[in-house]
Design a protein around this ligand. Structure first.
Ligand code: SF4
Length: 432
C-alpha cells in the first residue's frame, strides 16, 4: 500500500518548510531524544538495525557506512549530504529539499552526532534555486533556535553545517567527485580504494549519504528500528519516494511502501496511462537502469529484489513511463547525447566511448546507419564495463545494452528504412 508513512504524515502546504510547521509535526524530537538518552554508537546501531538501504542509487546499507567510522581515532569525521540529484527523470530529493528542509537538517544533526562530526556539509545542485533558498532559510532558523552551533540543546555536542552549491555537473553527484568539488577543485571522480570512509573530504573519514536516506533517520530514532522494519518487505524495509514522469496522467513524487504492486501504482498513483495508450516500457530508476518492458514490469512489486531479479534496479527512484508508439531509437540517441555531454573526460573508454555512442545513435536517427552499427553499439558499451573510474561509463553502457536487447527490431527497421517504424518521420536532433 502507499501513503506517507515515514515522512511524518507530511503534506505540502505554504508553510511546510518552516521551523514552526516542522515543530508542530513533532520535529526535532528525535535529536532531543538522541542527545538526552542515546550514545552516538546507539544511534548508529539503531540505523543499522533498521536495515535501511541508501536511496541514492547504489542501495548500500546506510548503517554499515556509518558503522565503519572509528569514533575515537583522533581525526575529524565529516558527514556530507549528497543533494546533487541530476539523474534524468529523478526529482524526489528536490521535493524533500523544497518542502521539508528541517527534516533534512534534523537528519544531518543525528548523523553528525552518531559520527561525532563537528562540521557537516550539504552539497546541493546549483540549479536548485528554490531548494537552496529554503534550505538556507531553514538553517538560519535552526541556528537561531540553538539547533546548530555550540552545545546543541544544552548538550556537550556541537556541530556546524555548511551548504555548498555545486555548478550543475552530473558527475559531481558521484560521491568522490562531489568531495573533490567541495574541496574547491574541479569535480573529478577519484579512484577507489581508499574508500571515502577512510580518506574522504580533506583526506579524512567521510560518510556521504543521499538526501532521502538522511530524511529517514528522524523516524528511525523516534520510533525505533523495529517500527521501521515493520514497513516494507524483509529485504527492502521502509518506503521509497518515487518520482514518476513520462506518459502518465499524474506525474509527481509519491511515497511507496516497498512491496507495493507496480500495476496498482500505475493505476492509482500515476492515474493510468496518458490518453489511454498501452504501456510500452518503463525505465525504472533514472536513465542509468535497464529498461523493463510492460510484460517485465506489470507483475512486479516495487522493491529492490523484485527489480534486480527482473534484470534492472530501483536505482535513483526516478521512473520514466513510456507509452506504445514511442521510438526507442530516438530515445537512445537523446540519452547518449546526455552522457556524452556529462562525461568528465578522465577515462579513455568513457571520453571516447560516449562520443561514439552519441555519434552512432545520431547517425541511425538521421537515416545514415549501417546494420553493423548495432554490434558497434554493443561493443562500445561492453568496452566501458568495469574499465572506468566512476559509474558513468558503465551506466551509459547498461542503458544502451538494455534498450538494444529489448528493442533491437526497432533499430533494424530504422536502419533498413531510414525512418522510425512509428511515424515515418526522420528526426534530426541538434544541439539547439
Ligand atoms: S567514467 Fe567518465 S565521467 Fe567517470 S571519471 Fe571516467 S571519464 Fe569521468
Amino acid at each position: 500500500m502507499t501513503g506517507r508513512k515515514v515522512f511524518m504524515n507530511f503534506e505540502v502546504t505554504d508553510t511546510s518548510h518552516t521551523l514552526a510547521d516542522y515543530k508542530a509535526r513533532g520535529g526535532y524530537q528525535a535529536i532531543a531524544k538522541a542527545l538526552r538518552e542515546m550514545q552516538p554508537e546507539e544511534v548508529t546501531k539503531e540505523v543499522l538495525a533498521s536495515g535501511i538501504l541508501g536511496h541514492g542509487g547504489a542501495a548500500f546499507p546506510a548503517g554499515r557506512k556509518w558503522g565503519v567510522i572509528k569514533l575515537n581515532d583522533g581525526q575529524p569525521h565529516y558527514l556530507c549530504m549528497n543533494a546533487d540529484e541530476g539523474e534524468p527523470g529523478t526529482f524526489k530529493d528536490r521535493w524533500l529539499l523544497e518542502h521539508t528542509p528541517h527534516l533534512l537538517l534534523e537528519g544531518m544533526l543525528l548523523g553528525s552526532y552518531a559520527l561525532q562530526g563537528r562540521h557537516s556539509f550539504i552539497y546541493i545542485r546549483g540549479e536548485f534555486d528554490l531548494a537552496y533558498h529554503r534550505l538556507a532559510d531553514a538553517l538560519e532558523e535552526a541556528y537561531a533556535a540553538g539547533l546548530f552551533g555550540e552545545n546543541i540543546l544544552g548538550s556537550n555536542f556541537s556541530c556546524d553545517l555548511v551548504i555548498y552549491r555545486g555548478a550543475g555537473s552530473y558527475v559531481c553527484g558521484e560521491a568522490s567527485a562531489m568531495l573533490t568539488s567541495l574541496e574547491g577543485k574541479k569535480g573529478y571522480p577519484r579512484n577507489r580504494p581508499p574508500r571515502l570512509t577512510v580518506q574522504g573530504l580533506y583526506q579524512k573519514p567521510t560518510v556521504v549519504n543521499n538526501v532521502e536516506t538522511i530524511a529517514n533517520v528522524p523516524f528511525i530514532v523516534n520510533n525505533g528500528s523495529a517500527a521501521f522494519k515493520a514497513i516494507g518487505t524483509p529485504k527492502s524495509p521502509g518506503t521509497s519516494l518515487v518520482s514518476v514522469s513520462g506518459h502518465i496522467n499524474t506525474p509527481g513524487v509519491y511515497e511507496v511502501e516497498y512491496g507495493y504492486p507496480f500495476a496498482e501504482f500505475l493505476a492509482n498513483e500515476c492515474g493510468g496511462m496518458l490518453g489511454g495508450k498501452a504501456l510500452k516500457c518503463v525505465i525504472p530508476g533514472g536513465i542509468s537502469t535497464k529498461v523493463l518492458t510492460a510484460a517485465d514490469i506489470m507483475p512486479l512489486t516495487y522493491d529492490h529484489h523484485s527489480f534486480v531479479d527482473a534484470g534492472s534496479q530501483v536505482g535513483s527512484q526516478g521512473m520514466i513511463v513510456v507509452a506504445e508508439g514511442t521510438c526507442m531509437v530516438r530515445m537512445l540517441q537523446v540519452m547518449m547525447r546526455f552522457y556524452h555531454h556529462e562525461s568528465c573526460g578522465q577515462c579513455t573508454p568513457c571520453r571516447e566511448g560516449m562520443g561514439w555512442l552519441e555519434k552512432i545513435s545520431t547517425r541511425i536517427v538521421q537515416g545514415g546507419g549501417a546494420p553493423s552499427d548495432i554490434d558497434r553499439l554493443y561493443q562500445i558499451s561492453n568496452a566501458n564495463d568495469g574499465t572506468t573510474i566512476c559509474g558513468l561509463g558503465d551506466a551509459a553502457g547498461y542503458a544502451t545494452v538494455g534498450i538494444l536487447d529489448k528493442y533491437r527490431h526497432e533499430f533494424e527497421y530504422y536502419i533498413e528504412h531510414k525512418r522510425s517504424m512509428y511515424d515515418g518521420r526522420l528526426e534530426v536532433l541538434t544541439d539547439d
